[in-house]
Design a protein around this ligand. Sequence first.
Ligand code: SIN
Ligand code: MN
Length: 251
Amino acid sequence: MEITDKQIKQFLENGFLLVENCLSENLVSELKREIDLMGEKDGPEFFREKSGAIRTIFAPEKFSETIKSLIGNKILVEPLRKLFNEPFYLFQSKFNDKKSLESGSWPWHQDFKFWKEDGMPEDKAITVAIYLTDVTNYSGPIICVPGSHKHGEISSKLNNPGGVHNEDLKYMISPETLSEVCRKSGGIVSTAAKAGSVLFFHCSLLHGSFQNMHYEDRKILMFTFNPISNKTVEVENPREEFMVKRDFTVI
Ligand code: SIN
Ligand code: MN
């Protein structure tokens, strides 16, 4: 998929770029089918809601050739080549489910705050979020503050030191901080779009999502890419390989 200079400018300005209708209906259905089959499995990669519903599956490409082949797909790779302008590798992959009326939220955060602790030197990573279902304003879309990626690390409070992968995040920001960031940037926007759309977003973009109040599930596949020049360094307590990849093969 080609992205235009105007779209690159939008990404640099806003910290995200939503491209609608990128993936064919066939591919989206196939990916969804593979993901649904995966729900039967279990293992350390699988994180569930209290109800037992899937919240996240890390490294989903381990369980599906179709998902694996998506990583090198030009729909993702071509825009990334333009956005990075240097060689990059896959840093993290996950599937985030948001089951209708069951899923919890993702409080406001910047991904880089967490990835810095994984040894990422600078905030250069970009996440590609692939919508496998329609994402509406009622189904817990990713919401963000356009331009917030330009403000560096946004002040947050250590909330849950042992926090792993639930809504009680390790770091939380206050309403005062959110208000200040919104005043300096573009306010809050939703990234709701149809299935098959793709969202590119910067790792310092302030974002989150709320509970799915819709009657349909919200399903998003996410791949995070990082320039090789910014590859993670060794840290004292590294997270598991399925959460933080240390295979620096160029995509
Ligand atoms: C994330 O912040 O990476 C996940 C957000 C979501 O799935 O809504
Ligand atoms: Mn995030």
